[in-house]
Design a protein around this ligand. Structure first.
Ligand code: ADP
Ligand code: X2W
Length: 294
């Protein structure tokens, strides 16, 4: 066979494969069309710029094929950097950052300003329409003080999802920073997993995806192959009690349990370091991360 014939044959196979992939995907596109998907993005999964653009492209694709995408973000590493530039010590109590009167100003600037607008800019760069909000806008994330010990760390008392719905109906991707506000206009620092969980429940989302820097829930934290593909909410509750989950995984699992108790069918913990992990999760029967079900 001549070289040009070989190339033509390979091109045909590639096109065939592409068509088959599209047809396979159709089933899932129909499943999620018009449905709301809340994605929590933050931590170390958000640090790599190339990966960040790739995640934004996946979100744009999902929106283009008819899903309502809501992006809720944290930015712990960006806050750490700002604090260290300003020589401010950082203290965590049970995974939550002690936040004094100065800190909340810095954290608001980093999350609502720097991180939020950089995600909006990334979405804009690839052609998506996004609008950045903090939880203070449209009194979206209404909070009270969680405890005096933690300073200005907020406990969510109510989500007013009106602004999100307006943006989704106008075909924007809302990008939401995890800052809360109380009745007197005081801002609060809110854990982004918790904010995303409450927003997912308020929107009655079809899917709640938490992107992080591990494959999902691991039996042995040092062994990425020990991934739990599927767990029930009772099983993860037991794991919380037995100490099998540590550090940042604890607020994540608590957020998932709360979302499911508030009526969500399921949630997924997904590896934000792997390109297109969202598409691999949503467009396959096997999934890709750890699925937690009712
Ligand atoms: N059983 C477990 N399976 C997976 N990760 C775990 C487990 N227990 C603790 N972890 C830790 O939780 C971390 C994820 O939480 P965190 O770093 O706070 O994420 P993010 O910054 O994305 O919010 C993982 O990097 C891992 O070190
Ligand atoms: C109260 C509290 O701890 N708030 C978090 C908010 C940011 C966050 O949750 O960011 P990640 O999702 O990147 O971890 C913090 O100050 O780090």
């Amino acid at each position: 066979m001549k070289k040009s014939e070989m190339t033509n044959k390979m091109a045909t196979i590639n096109i065939r494969q592409r068509v088959e992939i599209l047809l396979d995907g159709l089933l899932y596109m129909r499943k999620y069309a018009g449905r709301t998907i809340v994605i929590k993005y933050g931590g170390n999964a958000m640090v790599n710029e190339e990966l960040k653009t790739s995640v934004m492209r996946d979100l744009y694709l999902l929106q283009t094929i008819g899903m309502k995408i809501v992006l809720v973000h944290g930015g712990g590493p960006a806050i750490d950097q700002a604090m260290s530039r300003l020589n401010k010590p950082t203290k965590f109590i049970d995974g939550l950052r002690y936040t004094d009167g100065d800190d909340i100003q810095i954290i608001n600037a980093v999350l609502s300003g720097q991180v939020n607008k950089s995600l909006v800019a990334d979405l804009h760069k690839i052609g998506a329409r996004a609008i950045g909000l903090s939880g203070a806008d449209g009194h979206l994330i209404q909070t009270k003080q969680l405890s005096t010990e933690l300073g200005y760390v907020g406990k969510i008392s109510k989500i007013d999802a009106e602004a999100i719905k307006l943006l989704l109906n106008a075909n924007y991707i809302p990008v939401i920073a995890s800052i809360g506000i109380d009745d007197r206009g005081q801002l609060y620092n809110v854990n982004a997993d918790t904010a995303a969980s409450e927003i997912a429940a308020a929107l009655n989302a079809e899917q709640f995806i938490l992107m992080t820097d591990v494959r999902g829930i691991l039996r042995d934290i040092k062994d990425p192959d020990s991934l739990y593909h599927e767990l029930s909410v009772d099983q993860v509750q037991q794991m919380l009690g037995s100490g099998a989950l540590k550090g940042g995984m604890i607020p994540k699992i608590r957020a998932i349990i709360a979302a499911i108790n508030n009526g969500l069918k399921e949630a997924v913990i997904l590896d934000g370091r792997v390109e297109h992990s969202i598409l691999l999760e949503l467009f396959s029967t096997e999934g890709y991360g750890s699925l937690i079900t009712q």
